[in-house]
Ligand binder design. Structure first.
Ligand code: F6R
Length: 611
């Protein structure tokens, strides 16, 4: 995910911008750049790779001086990793950086090219620079030019703009991508987050969606996108440097759990055609022809990504009507799998580097299957070898235990299944429209669950943290979520936990149940709910202590369980996105109360490149 910084003041801005970009490195990037106003014009420096390369390039230009500038780290989305695609982008007198995705960039590009604009990169960002330039050329002032350009743009953005003709102003704007302003004495700052600015000031202004700001050396003005003034409200941030890195959360894992609504919004962005009630094929990684030719889907992955694949199994069979198998990548490659022409192998991996998944995909490719990678890390090994790529846009995941990448993978699989179901006409217009609408509302529901259940789950964790064994039960789409809940708990709290299909309980695990074993049951309102309620009652009758994740207002759950965590009622295909959240929080709080190393649990690695 891109990072942006901006500075206007009296100090030389190159070191300030590079230092800010270094604080944003955690967001992930593949190129970086600066635009510096030297009082006469704008100097541009861009480099592919790490910030070291940008620093090297700035050193080579030893005359690079100025007290107004913008800096950017780019995580490639539109257009490959290259110097031309790196930000800032320049159009006429305008230099601009952007974090987010401009959804209507193709139509705008066509129009601008028709008007004679020479667009040098493949990015959606350069389009915005040209729009601003066009308005300024037509006689608008810089601020009005930015405002008018943004009226034409659909999508998510945090932008920062400077003009060669105006060394006294830095203009920024935000919609759905983060942007923070830092207030100084005779200087002001902008950045993607607080840590990027914290070394220079603790006086922050958190911008809201739909706002623009004009930064001068001696002050900041804030407006709505329609030009109405907004009061500038400063808040003082007293975070320590360590807290700053984690945006005030105690651990990266907790931060990442709370980032999930945003990760889902970003992964959805540009892929839903809300007005048409459909999935946009542009960034799904699969052409309509290939989608129509698929006879069988094989999902391969490891660990948490394998649990996402298990949920994907339901999505593909129900929504695309295609026979689907799910395999642990290590087992898939342990035999000589019968796979080939007509099969689509979807290799799912947060890191994109997991060796078993990579080797499994290679075997399938050699045998003639079509390979689609679902990955979070751009240009990592698995997407590089695959025929198509569907990137989750969860942003870098630092905590070793995967959380936000898991829900982003669920979303990628769901969108892919809807897309294939549309291509092979398995899914009706109406079903698709309903799903698209529900998907658009999903981030809101996730936010509600996270904020609404956090305290309750922490209290439950306190009551049950001494348990030596915990059972997790789920049925249908929530069976993989039960497995995921158990995996999360064991890997970070070192408590023994088992996930079971609820229907399997009486075939063995019921023997384990007594008052010392908490049983977590997933009971959202879905087609399996009544059967799972029966399993809950069976376990209760044997003295089990029952923790239930149920839909709002489920009286039976309240009557039977010791603890109930409620989630909103949604289409049952989407319930796993909500039921997994309290389980992630539960694992987190138990681990934190036990004092384990939550972000780097013993013996585990974030990227597993061994067999
Ligand atoms: C568990 C976890 C691991 C990974 C597994 C696969 O929280 O993170 O189980 O899911 O190692 O990793 P990726 O998705 O990078 O292939």
């Amino acid at each position: 995910m891109c990072g942006i910084v901006g500075y206007i003041g009296t100090q030389q801005c190159v070191p300030i911008l590079i230092d800010g970009l270094r604080k944003l490195e955690y967001r992930g990037y593949d190129s970086a750049g600066l635009a510096i106003h030297d009082g006469k014009g704008i100097e541009l420096v861009r480099a592919v790779g790490k910030l070291r390369a940008l620093e090297e390039a700035t050193r080579e230009r030893n005359t690079l001086e100025g007290t107004l500038g913008i800096g950017h780290t780019r995580w490639a989305t539109h257009g490959g990793v290259s110097e031309e695609n790196a930000h800032p982008h320049v159009a006429g007198d305008i230099a601009l950086i952007h974090n987010g995705i401009i959804e209507n960039h193709s139509a705008l590009r066509k129009r601008l090219e028709g008007d004679g604009a020479a667009i040098a990169s493949d990015t959606d960002t350069e389009i915005v620079a040209h729009l601003v330039d066009a308005h300024v050329r037509a006689g608008k002032d810089l601020v009005e030019g930015v405002r008018d350009a943004l009226q034409e743009v659909e999508g998510a953005y945090a932008i920062a703009v400077v003009s060669r003709k105006d060394p006294s102003r830095l203009v920024v704007a935000k919609n759905a991508s983060p942007l923070v302003l830092g207030v100084g004495d005779g200087e002001n700052f902008a950045g993607s987050d607080i840590p990027a600015l914290l070394e220079h000031t603790r006086r922050m202004v958190i911008m809201e969606d739909g706002q623009m700001a004009v930064l001068r050396r001696d002050g900041i003005e804030l407006f709505t996108l329609s030009g109405d003034p907004v009061e500038v409200v400063e808040r003082r941030v007293d975070w320590s440097p360590v807290m700053a890195e984690k945006a005030g959360y105690k651990h990266f894992m907790l931060k990442e759990i709370f980032e999930q609504p945003r990760a889902i919004e970003d992964t959805l962005r540009g892929r839903l055609e809300r007005e048409l009630g459909d999935i946009n094929s542009a960034e799904i990684g699969l052409t309509p022809e290939v989608a129509r030719s698929i006879k069988r889907v094989c999902l391969i992955a490891c660990g948490t990504s394998h649990h996402a694949a298990m949920t994907g199994h339901y999505y593909f069979e129900q929504l695309a009507g295609i026979p689907t198998v799910v395999e642990l990548a290590s087992e898939f490659r342990a035999r000589d799998p019968l796979i080939g022409d007509g099969d689509m192998v979807v290799a799912i991996s947060q890191s994109g580097e997991t060796l078993d998944t990579l080797m499994g995909a290679k075997i399938a490719k050699d045998k003639g299957a079509h390979i689609l990678a679902i990955a979070n890390v751009t240009d990592s090994a698995i997407p590089r070898m695959a025929d198509g790529q569907l990137y989750t846009r969860a942003g870098p995941e630092i905590g070793v235990a995967s959380t936000k990448c898991f829900t982003a993978q669920l979303l990628a699989l769901l969108m892919l299944a809807i897309y294939v179901g549309r291509q092979n006409k398995h899914l009706s217009d109406e079903q698709t429209r309903d799903l698209v609408e529900e998907l658009a509302r999903l981030p809101l529901h996730m936010r509600d669950v996270l904020t609404g259940t956090r305290q309750l789950v922490s209290n439950i964790a306190r009551r049950y943290k001494e348990a030596q064994d915990v059972l997790f039960l789920g049925r249908g789409l929530n069976f993989p979520i039960a497995l995921e809940g158990a995996l999360k708990l064991k890997e970070i709290s070192y408590v023994h936990a088992e996930g079971y299909a609820a229907g399997e309980m009486k075939h063995g695990p019921i023997a384990l149940i007594d008052a010392s074993v908490p049983v977590v049951v997933l009971l959202p309102k879905d087609s399996y709910r009544d059967k799972s309620l029966g399993n809950l009652q069976e376990a209760k009758a044997r003295g089990g202590r029952m923790i239930v994740v149920a839909s709002e207002g489920d009286e039976d759950a309240h009557a039977t369980a010791d603890e109930v965590v409620e989630v909103p009622v949604v289409n049952e295909l989407l319930a796993p996105f909500l039921t997994v959240l309290p389980l992630q929080l539960y694992a987190y709080y138990v681990a934190d109360m036990k004092g384990t190393d939550v972000d780097q649990p013993r013996n585990l690695a974030k990227t597993v490149t061994v067999e």
